[in-house]
Design a protein around this ligand. Structure first.
Ligand SMILES: [Zn+2]
Length: 271
């Protein structure tokens, strides 16, 4: 084994230390865990914007994009109330190029891609009979993933894992193209499976966003109970494989209510 090998690894370690940062600040519920970031926000947002544009084009071709005008208007109204509140966590976020679109689909699903590209499957709203406040909680949750750049963090972790292997193989003369690293990153972005920690952060920040936007955060309890029922009622929706709805989650949301109810009440006074 060449003597340079440990040195290469420690160099990687230094890079990783330098890359630790936190994407958000402030808020009443807090989420300031340091995150490993090895790619820039711009690179991720570029990838996300391209993926989102392709998704919209494919949906339009199949005739399933924004077919229900009334529901689309409801979703955009909720999003437009939440968007300015994101400034509490990130100063740059209100100026993102936000987009909200609706997919005609039976799936219980919704997501917000990096940079504020939101997609809601109509099945989530119709099959669970969501109120505006429940829509605000689920949208706040998805927006929180984007604010915390959880996808960028996942891409970075995938690259770090690849690079740790690559550092060894490169020294042995096998080589490791940067294209391959980019490929690993892209894979992590499109097949995002958030961790429990990510989910908990998104619940905290999302609930605060909904409350500040004037939506009753107690809807969070009702929302996740509906999700739990949907899960027990047969096939597991795609959404729940990455967002497990369980009593632990409901209990955490109930525990957050004392922190966010005053924000909700204050927002009512301003309306
Ligand atoms: Zn989530």
């Amino acid at each position: 084994m060449p003597r340079v090998f440990p040195r290469a690894l420690s160099a990687l370690f230094v890079v990783m230390l330098a890359a630790c940062e936190t994407t958000t600040s402030g808020g009443a519920v807090g989420a300031d865990r340091a995150q490993l970031m090895l790619v820039s926000s711009q690179e991720i947002e570029q990838m996300a914007a391209e993926s989102y544009a392709k998704l919209l084009a494919d949906a339009a071709r199949k005739g399933v994009l924004n077919r229900d005008g009334a529901m689309l208007q409801r979703l955009r109204a909720v999003a437009s109330r939440i968007e300015p509140q994101t400034a509490v966590f990130r100063r740059d976020a209100p100026a993102w190029k936000w987009e909200v679109n609706l997919l005609a689909s039976d799936e219980l699903n919704a997501f917000c891609m990096p940079g504020g590209k939101i997609m809601v499957h109509s099945g989530l709203v119709t099959q669970l009979g969501l109120s505006d406040a429940e829509i605000a909680v689920v949208m706040g949750h998805e927006i929180a993933h984007a604010l915390r750049e959880h996808s960028r963090e996942q891409v970075s972790q995938a690259i770090a894992a690849q690079a740790a292997i690559g550092a060894g193989t490169a020294l042995l003369g096998l080589g490791q193209g940067s294209a391959e690293l980019a490929g690993a990153g892209y894979q992590a972005l499109i097949a995002t499976r958030f961790s429990r920690t990510d989910e908990s952060e998104a619940d905290r920040i999302g609930l605060e966003l909904a409350a500040r936007a004037g939506y009753d955060p107690r809807a969070g309890v009702a929302l996740w109970r509906k999700m739990m029922n949907a899960h027990s009622g047969g096939r597991a929706p795609e959404f729940l494989s990455s967002h497990p709805a369980d009593s632990r989650r409901v209990a955490q949301i109930e525990a957050l209510l004392p922190a966010v109810m005053p924000l909700y009440q204050a927002s009512l006074g301003r309306r």
